[in-house]
Ligand binder design. Structure first.
Ligand code: FAD
Length: 408
């Protein structure tokens, strides 16, 4: 006999796992999480491979996201491994403008927090296994789906066997190249930035004191985010060819090239960890909801990492989605009624739109060689610093406080 569940989430990365915990907390909903990578409580993989979401990257969590993890009961453990962002400086190499945002001016203890994805993953995956109403099936993938009058029939292929499940809702959280999205025939809109992001952890010879640096150079935008143990997490976006050349440099030559971009404002770089590169695109699914279907996280929208918004906007999405589904469930309203999903989408579309525009505009403004834009962005940076209003909007985006975060 087919097993029945309320919600089937496909993909247990940062977004899928957060959604599963948010749905499970204080509810009797039965949740099935299907993850392609072998997941267990210890997260150790026999093959030594690393699950995409919890790889060598670090993530800048906004205050809003920290609040969501607090509500999920994960924050104390995450906070112990996260570094607070006390100040942010935004500058342009060769430009005369620079902007400073400080936690003190905003009246908050930190503007955000930076955590290694592997640490975040350890806490999140552990949390998944604390809920008796979450069942994790991994390594496994969805082989087929068919829509029935009473739910979606899902054929799940595991390592040794396949099985069928009937779910009221199916949620695609299987990343940028979502197989479930393709199976549903949902089209996407792509903007290829023709760039790759190089990421690495670098150590300076002086204390970073919680200062995050966003620097726009003729070689692409760079972000140095403060990490624990006095390291910086570097995200350096470069044209593809330049990225490949930079990846091929020796550690010393790489640090020298990096130093040239920053001067000595953050001290001397003395150590660099392993480097990885990621192609950069803006990808948006043309539909995020359908009857019984929702797309979340990278499966729904993949952003350029320059403004550190991809996961933060997805965390706001899943907090609202979980709250709406649980609200329907508690008031005995069918959770698979399309008005629940429509209500979620109505609440989330504006924030998503603004966040995507913010990230995209920031990159385009600073990537342009036009003299007018060069002056505008310098004035813009000074304006951001002096005029208050622009600065306030920027810091609200950085902190993730521009939008109300739903209580779970
Ligand atoms: C260099 C870089 C830096 C970034 N920095 C930040 C930042 O500072 N702040 C921020 O907010 N965001 C940042 N982001 C964005 C952030 O990483 C993404 O928003 C986030 O990873 C999206 O998570 P996800 O769970 O949707 O997708 P993914 O991380 O891609 O996870 C997808 C999951 O689905 C699983 N899966 C894949 N296919 C299947 C399948 N067929 N069946 C079942 N499971 C499947 C995968 O194994 C994985 O576990 C950054 C991105 C990059 C590239």
């Amino acid at each position: 006999m087919k097993k029945n569940v309320d919600v089937c989430i496909v993909g247990g990365g940062m977004v899928g796992a957060t959604l599963a915990c948010a749905l499970a907390k204080n509810s009797d909903l039965s949740i099935l999480l299907v993850e392609a990578f072998p997941v267990n409580e210890s997260r150790a993989s026999a093959s030594g491979e690393i699950q995409t979401s919890y790889d060598a990257r670090s993530t800048a969590l906004s205050r809003g996201t920290a609040e969501i993890f607090h509500q999920l009961g994960c924050w104390t453990l995450m906070r112990a491994q996260a570094e607070p962002i006390i100040d942010i400086t935004v500058s342009e190499k060769g430009g005369f403008g620079a902007s400073y945002l400080s936690a003190m001016d905003q009246g908050v203890p930190a503007l955000g927090y930076v955590i290694e994805n592997a640490s975040l993953g350890n806490v999140l995956i552990n949390q998944l296994f604390q809920y008796s109403n979450i069942q994790v099936q991994s390594p496994a993938k969805v082989a087929a789906i068919s829509f029935q009058t009473d739910g979606v029939s899902v054929t799940i292929e595991g390592e040794h066997q396949s099985r069928d499940v009937l779910t009221k809702l199916i949620i695609a959280a299987d990343g940028q190249d979502s197989e479930l999205r393709a199976m549903l025939g949902i089209d996407v809109a792509y903007t290829d930035y023709g760039q790759k992001a190089i990421i690495a952890n670098v150590s300076p010879d002086r204390q970073h004191q919680g200062l995050a640096n966003e620097r726009f150079t003729e070689n692409g935008p760079l972000a140095l985010l403060p990490l624990n143990n006095n390291r910086y997490s570097l995200v350096w976006s470069l044209e593809c060819q330049a990225a490949e050349e930079t990846m091929a440099l020796s550690d010393n030559d790489f640090m020298e090239k990096l130093q040239l971009q920053f001067g000595h404002r953050v001290g001397q770089f003395i150590k660099v960890g392993e480097r990885y590169s990621y192609p950069l695109q803006l990808m948006r699914a043309k539909e995020q909801i359908r009857p019984r279907v929702v797309l979340v996280g990278n499966a729904a929208h993949t952003l350029h990492p320059v403004a550190g918004q991809g996961f933060n906007v997805a965390a706001r999405d899943v907090a609202v989605l979980a709250a709406d589904i649980k609200q329907a469930y508690r008031s005995h309203h069918p959770i698979d009624n399309f008005d629940v999903l429509q209500g979620y989408w109505n609440k989330r579309r504006l924030d998503q739109e603004k966040t995507i525009q913010f990230s995209d505009n920031l990159l385009r403004l600073f990537s342009s060689e036009s003299d007018v834009l060069r002056v505008a962005r310098n004035v813009g940076l000074i304006g951001l610093d002096v005029w208050g209003l622009g600065k306030d909007i920027f810091s609200k985006h950085a902190m993730g406080a521009a939008h109300h975060v739903s209580v779970l």
